[in-house]
Design a protein. Structure first.
Length: 243
C-alpha cells in the first residue's frame, strides 16, 4: 500500500466524518481529565456523527467489505463523506464495527446526549440478540474481538464513576437509584436517595478486597471528606449535603 501521488494519497479519510474521531476525548472523560478541546465542538461533532454516519437500515447501503450489519438493521458506519469522497478512501469506511459504535455512543452519554447514545447501544444489542448473532461474540477483525469491551464505558458515562487509587477519592453523578461500580481492586453497588438538600448514600462492597476512600463526591452537588481513610469491607452509610 502506498501513494503514487503524494498530493492525493490513497486509502485516506480525507474530509470524511469518522465514527471514533473523539476517542481521545472519550478516554479523557474516563480518566477524569476534563475537556481536551472546546466542549461545544465535541457536542457538535457527535451530532454530526449521528447525522451523517447513522443508518436506520442497511438495506440500501453498499458495502463490498465485511458485513457485520445487514438488511433492516440499524448502525453507525465507520465513516461517511457528506462533502465528497476521496477517489480511493480507506478500505473499510463502509463497514460497521461495534467497538467504534460504542466509542461514539459513550461519548454521547458523557455529553448528555442520552437518547442518541442509548439508541446506538440498543441497535447493537438488537443485532447481537442471541438469535441472529451471539451476544458474547461481537466480531470485528476476528471473533471475540476485545474492542467491543469498551461497551463498559457506558456504565462509567451514565453513573459518572471515577476512583483514584492514589488520592482514595470516589466520585459519582448525583442521581437516585442503585448503580454498579468497580475500581480494579474490588466491586459493589451504591445507593443514592435525595431528600431535599442532602443525599443519603450507602456503598456496598461485594468483592473480596476492601474499598479505601478518603473523600466521596457527588458531582455538582457536594462532597464528604473523612477524618481517616475508610477501608470498607461490607458497607457504609453517610449523608452528603448540598454545597
Amino acid at each position: 500500500m502506498g501513494a503514487k501521488e503524494l498530493s492525493n494519497p490513497t486509502f485516506q479519510l480525507g474530509n470524511g466524518c469518522l465514527v471514533d474521531q473523539l476517542v481521545g476525548q472519550y478516554m479523557a472523560h474516563i480518566c477524569d481529565l476534563g475537556y481536551l478541546v472546546n466542549s461545544k465542538n465535541v457536542k457538535t461533532t457527535l451530532k454530526s456523527i449521528m447525522k451523517y454516519n447513522y443508518k436506520s437500515s442497511m438495506a440500501d447501503h453498499f458495502n463490498n467489505m465485511r458485513s457485520y450489519a445487514l438488511g433492516d438493521e440499524a448502525s453507525l458506519l465507520m465513516a461517511s463523506f457528506p462533502y465528497g469522497r476521496p477517489e480511493v478512501p480507506f478500505p473499510y469506511y463502509s463497514e460497521v464495527m461495534t467497538g467504534f459504535e460504542y466509542t461514539a455512543a459513550n461519548g454521547m452519554l458523557y455529553e448528555g446526549m442520552y437518547d442518541e447514545g442509548v439508541k446506538v447501544i440498543s441497535n447493537i444489542r438488537d443485532r447481537y440478540d442471541g438469535r441472529k448473532r451471539s451476544p458474547f461474540d461481537e466480531a470485528e477483525c476476528g471473533h471475540h474481538y476485545a474492542r467491543a469491551m469498551t461497551a463498559y464505558g457506558a456504565v462509567l458515562a451514565l453513573t459518572g464513576f471515577h476512583y483514584s487509587g492514589v488520592a482514595k477519592t470516589l466520585k459519582f453523578k448525583q442521581m437516585d437509584g442503585t448503580y454498579f461500580w468497580a475500581n480494579g481492586y474490588t466491586y459493589g453497588t451504591i445507593d443514592q436517595e435525595q431528600q431535599n438538600d442532602l443525599v443519603k448514600v450507602k456503598i456496598h462492597v461485594l468483592g473480596e478486597h476492601p474499598l479505601a476512600i478518603k473523600e466521596f463526591e457527588l458531582q455538582e452537588f457536594g462532597n464528604v471528606i473523612f477524618k481517616k481513610t475508610q477501608n470498607i469491607v461490607d458497607e457504609i452509610e453517610f449523608e452528603v449535603r448540598m454545597k
